[in-house]
Design a protein around this ligand. Sequence first.
Ligand code: ADP
Ligand code: ADP
Length: 228
Amino acid sequence: RPVLEFDSLTVRYTPDQHPALRSVSMRVPRRGHLALVGPSGAGKTTVLSTLLRFVNPTAGRVLLDGIPYEQWTIPAVRSRIGYVEQDAPLVPGTVRDNITYTAAEASESDIWQALDTVALSDKVRSLPEGLDHEIAATTLSGGERQRIAVARALLARPEVLLLDEATAQLDARTESAITTAIRQLSEHGAVITIAHRLSTIIDADHIIVLDNGTIRAQGTHTELLNQD
Ligand code: ADP
Ligand code: ADP
């Protein structure tokens, strides 16, 4: 059974507006990487917002483990569905605090492995105890902040990870950290990305092309290339 299903989902933000999603149906397998692509305004963010229950369906249903969303509490949904935002907020504290606060039981070796994967271990190791404190709050670049969010997800290992790739040009370290993390996480769970990089799209197991609130095409990269 798929971990998530959209059953003729329609989302309308305001009554006088075109729906952001119109009767979209899709099934998300328990493992694998699903990439959402499409022009600005296509409805990609609305898919993520609906999954996180920031917005409610106007019509249709979302099912988690075959059970309609309205039967899950919001905390239950959010504990199973992780989110890496474009501009991930930091909590006050150290880099370590920032990657472990959603994974209190993470082992020391898991923490270092996650830091290594996102190329932040040097940053943490090279700092004297007290100084680590300031780095998170003040001196991190956008790429480093996103890598912190990715490390958080690696430790939390959600069943479903939603990842909104930055539209801005990412530094090479951040790009490769995201690629590796998506690969690792999609072996254990479902990863849904709003993909902006060609390498992410090519790597995905399944691509859904959204346009104007509907699914315009879907399949693997090769299948889509052969369609038209
Ligand atoms: P078929 O062509 O045999 O009907 P599918 O097109 O359903 O198979 O799936 C082909 C591959 O893509 C499978 O490995 C499947 O797990 C994967 N897949 C299908 N849909 C999705 C999705 N929404 N997200 C991620 N992977 C998917
Ligand atoms: P994408 O992520 O593909 O760029 P969105 O899901 O953000 O697309 O937007 C889909 C449509 O919904 C757009 O027409 C957008 O203007 C509209 N929309 C998105 N968020 C809101 C909102 N909070 N209130 C009203 N309309 C919104």
